[in-house]
Design a protein. Structure first.
Length: 258
């Protein structure tokens, strides 16, 4: 059964299709149907210790580790739980994203939503591409705790162009590792058709930026409408005033009134 399941599952790294070299695209398919799609740009900021020039004191350096376009991937889909696992540079770095879908009661009745429930990032400070002369090099794991991120109504995809920062706690002396996510479009459940996202649910930052972009336009249209209405009323007032009988200023015109 396991062999048959493996044969029926496909994973594809489609990052080469993105015009943005920093953006990655991943697809998980089961039974020839897309069950998870993820597009995003990701970078990790990882602090690590090196010796100071006196070889007595320790100082903290920072490694900026982008998600590699050539990442290997695994994935699994379920009714209420899904997972995406990526690894790169000979598995020196591994990123695992876990998603859950759950129901809850609201004033409008029962509703369902999905969220990113856990992030686990494994990194090796003995890897020389991003870590230089790390003290006590070795593998470490940075994880999220009680994470509830990217919350999205069930049946919809999550979209966020703005950069988001998620903090992870590392096994390396409890250091804080930062995950920077941007240009995110993600859906781990209920994909309607092969390689097709459902209607997007925009993140609050994008919604606010969209409002900030459209608000001046709306205010401009309202102001323009007010000016047009004011000019129209003024024009009508002039016509009504002109049509009224005017009191003659030439006294000779009063003779017939004597």
């Amino acid at each position: 059964a396991a062999a048959r399941l493996a044969a029926e599952q496909e994973v594809e790294n489609l990052s080469g299709l993105s015009p943005n070299p920093e953006k990655d695209i991943f697809v998980v398919r089961e039974n020839r149907t897309t069950c998870l799609m993820a597009e995003f740009a990701a970078k990790f900021i990882v602090p690590y210790d090196v010796w100071a020039s006196n070889y007595v004191d320790l100082i903290t350096e920072q490694a900026d580790i982008p998600l590699s376009r050539g990442a290997e991937m695994k994935g699994k889909c379920g009714t209420n739980e899904s997972e995406l696992e990526l690894s790169w540079l000979d598995q020196a770095y591994t990123l695992k994203l876990s998603f859950v879908k759950e129901g809850h009661n609201t004033s409008r009745g029962p509703e369902a939503s999905w969220r990113l429930s856990r992030i686990q990032f494994t990194y090796d400070t003995s890897e020389r591409t991003y870590f230089k002369d790390a003290v006590s090099p070795g593998k470490h794991t940075a994880s999220s705790h009680r994470l509830s991120a990217l919350v999205t109504p069930a049946g919809r995809s999550y979209e966020c162009q703005a950069q988001q920062t998620i903090s992870l706690v590392s096994s390396d002396h409890q250091k804080s590792v930062q995950l920077l996510l941007s240009e995110v479009r993600l859906q781990p459940f209920d994909i309607p058709a092969d390689f097709v996202f459902s209607e997007e649910h925009k993140c609050p930052v994008d919604q606010r930026e969209q409002l900030e972009e459209t608000l001046p336009l709306i205010l401009g249209l309202i102001l323009g409408l007010v000016i047009v209405i004011t000019l129209g009323i003024y024009h009508v007032h002039l016509k009504l005033t002109a049509s009224q009988a005017q009191i003659p200023r030439d006294r000779s015109q009063y003779k017939h009134m004597g």
